[in-house]
Design a protein around this ligand. Structure first.
Ligand code: AR6
Length: 184
């Protein structure tokens, strides 16, 4: 399943699929602050991308320590089709009173800003924090899509893609985008 929209000159795509298979210049990893791999999207990206990504993450760790929640760092894509992986850390859901909403939006915004800094034209996002970190999907999607929409009103990309693993997530993103996204 796939839907295409526009925000200004940027193509916004929602697709059901696997983040590892995307042909955008960058893909985003839902990492943890240790940056040394994990389960879910993180494990899948490291397995598919090979040891080069982990080696670069270790260099970043040695230089700056852990990656704070809401921040993002960049490595190459190793063996992936994507040239870069942007590793960002979403918040762990703990009831909604620990600034989770703000931190989730920050993870998307900082990933986009880092992509811009590296002159990246196309980028794919997974649904950050809504797996192991248990951020409720229903609450996350309007926050995420309005954050990205607002960023794209100020900055242009060729394409921003959301890659949703399951049908339920895909349909939720589609429903919300059709409510809050800009019309063509
Ligand atoms: N492609 C796209 N989406 C995926 C894929 C995939 N290959 N695999 C899972 N998803 P999660 P989080 C979906 O748990 O909640 C890791 O251990 C999944 O269905 O990957 O941010 C890290 O190291 C869910 O909707 O990320 C951290 O410790 C979404 O991606 C922690 O998990 C995010 O699920 C981060 O947890």
């Amino acid at each position: 399943m796939r839907s295409e929209y526009r925000v200004g000159a940027t193509k916004l795509v929602l697709v059901q699929g696997d983040i590892r298979d995307q042909d955008t210049e960058a893909i985003v990893n839902a990492a943890n602050s240790g940056l040394l791999g994990g389960g879910g999207v993180d494990g899948a990206i490291h397995r598919a991308g090979g040891p080069r990504i982990l080696a670069e993450c270790k260099v970043i760790r040695a230089k700056q320590g852990r990656c704070p929640t809401g921040e993002a760092v960049i490595t190459s894509g190793g063996n992936l089709t994507a040239r870069y992986v942007i590793h960002t850390v979403g918040p762990v859901w703990s009831g909604g009173k620990k600034n989770e909403d703000v931190l989730l939006c920050r993870a998307y915004r900082n990933s986009l800003a880092l992509a811009k800094k590296h002159n990246i034209q196309s980028i794919s996002f997974p649904s950050i924090s809504t797996g192991a970190y248990r951020f409720p999907l229903k609450r996350a999607v309007p926050l995420v899509l309005s954050t990205v929409r607002d960023f794209l009103e100020e900055h242009h990309f060729q394409e921003v893609r959301f890659v949703l693993f399951g049908e339920k997530a895909f349909l939720k993103y589609k429903e919300v985008w059709e409510e809050i996204g800009t019309a063509d």
